[in-house]
Design a protein around this ligand. Structure first.
Ligand code: BG6
Length: 449
């Protein structure tokens, strides 16, 4: 088999998000986000300091330059620009991101920017968060400010990171008695409308922009060929994956999801032109995050949900119990290109582990190299099949605080010294072995994978 070449201008990148990397949670007029007001799980780091990227980004970007990174995917913290989510823009917030862009420019690194990555301004959450339609306007106003201010410096934008993971989180809370399925569906619908308005605005005012959603999309397997398991897998796929990309890209709710909402009396309330706004927005790219596939089995009739996600007996797992499935990555790319017919850009892919510096101070992370190499190889095969993948971003560029497991679960190519047990440490940066490996991959444009 002849392996395809990666395109000449392929965006070999790496990724962070504002609340997980920047720290400086209240610096220079920033308002609190929902991440600052939440209580982190016992024993894990909060989001006040994180990697202190807010102050140390010049040092980090210099390392990105050494790495040869072609793109850096990061998010803008909404509450740095609008401390209460709406109102007058905080100039210091705009200046900060302008400086970030200037620093990236020094190393010829293309910015790939997420407008919203899990950090809703806390003031908006108090007023009902995404379930309140007023949040649509707040997001659109914030996004317009960003697009107008930073054009044409930023071309690649994602509207919302992992809307489906947020919906899953809200659903878990609802099943535990906090809120209802209707609230979840409504919040989700409002996000669709907000993202669509931003996409249309971008196209009308800044035609150079390439904008789209960034869901977490993965192939779903039935645990067995038992027809009930296969049916459960299609239901799960429709609700976990397709719902999100379908509404944004195809402009419609798929009927499995819609029927599911109907069964529970949980269809969203809509303004008369919502679906026209959604259908009128046409993303340029499908950005997506991929870590692992999912496997489900059917539940018994009468159970609350028709499926249960389970371990896949054919896969190995990370130290944190996540399935590892490079072949599933290729399956996912096939499914996405086949259904949505858009170029793909991977905005996150990586492995979380307990990394420990060896006696000489170096961090040896062969498990991460293996994971990344295997996934890039499958991406190369997918490109060989004619799937237009234009960029790939490793999560994460630098060690940062994981969503729920603090600093003990690290993903970075660059180690950050946070001391033992999430103490502040020296915050010194040390490139891991995976950094040197990725530098070679980029230098050879993937020919060595
Ligand atoms: C993605 C998120 O879901 O996965 C990131 O966009 C997150 O914010 C990453 O950090 C890894 O998940 P976790 O829970 O291991 O940090």
């Amino acid at each position: 088999m002849t392996l395809a070449h990666f395109p000449d201008h392929f965006l070999w990148g790496a990724s962070t998000s504002a609340y997980q990397y920047e720290g400086a949670y209240n610096a220079d007029g920033k308002g609190p986000s929902v991440q600052d007001t939440a209580t982190p799980p016992a024993g894990t780091a909060d989001f006040q300091l994180t990697s202190d990227g807010y102050h140390r980004y010049p040092e980090d970007f210099k390392l990105f330059g050494d790495l040869g990174l072609r793109s850096y995917r990061f998010s803008i913290a909404w509450s740095r620009l609008f401390p209460a989510g709406t109102g007058t823009v905080n100039q210091a917030g705009l200046d900060y991101y302008q400086n970030v862009l200037a620093e990236l420019q020094k190393y010829d690194i293309t910015p790939v920017v997420t407008l919203f990555h899990f950090d809703l301004p806390a003031a908006l959450e108090k007023q009902g968060g995404w379930a309140n339609r007023a949040t649509i306007k707040a997001f659109v106003d914030y996004a317009k400010t960003v697009l107008d201010h930073f054009s044409p410096q930023i071309v690649y934008y994602q509207t919302i990171n992992e809307q489906n993971s947020m919906a899953q989180g809200m659903l878990r809370a609802a099943l535990a008695g906090h809120g209802t399925l209707k609230d979840v569906v409504q919040a989700n619908h409002n996000m669709f409308v907000a993202a669509a308005e931003v996409i249309t605005y971008a196209h009308e005012h800044h035609p150079e922009i390439k904008i789209g959603p960034a869901p977490n999309l993965v192939a779903v397997y039935p645990l067995t060929p038992r027809p009930a398991d296969v049916l459960a897998a299609t239901t799960y796929d429709a609700l976990r994956n397709q719902l999100f990309a379908d509404v944004t890209i195809l402009g419609r709710y798929n009927h499995v999801a819609w029927h599911f909402f109907q069964q529970y009396g949980a269809t969203p309330d809509m303004a008369p032109d919502d679906m026209a706004i959604i259908a009128g927005a046409h993303p340029d790219l499908l950005y997506f995050n991929y870590y692992n596939t999912e496997t489900v089995r059917a539940n018994d009739p009468g159970d609350t949900l028709p499926f249960t996600p389970v371990r896949n007996p054919f896969l190995h797992h990370t130290q944190f119990g996540w399935d590892i499935d490079p072949v599933g990555f290729r399956t996912t790319m096939r499914q996405l290109y086949d259904r949505y017919d858009l170029p793909l850009m991977i905005t996150e892919n990586g492995l979380g582990a307990h990394d420990h510096p060896a006696a000489e101070g170096q961090v040896h992370d062969p498990y991460r190299i293996q994971y990344l190499n295997d996934h890039i190889y499958q991406m190369r095969l997918a490109i060989g099949e004619g799937i237009p993948v234009i960029g790939y971003h490793i999560w994460s560029a630098v060690d940062l605080v994981s969503t729920h497991e603090g600093f003990t679960k690290r993903y970075g190519l660059i180690y950050v010294d946070r001391g033992e047990d999430n103490a502040s440490g020296t915050l010194a940066r040390t490139p891991k072995d995976s950094f040197g490996w990725y530098r070679d991959v980029i230098a050879q444009n993937g020919a060595n994978v």
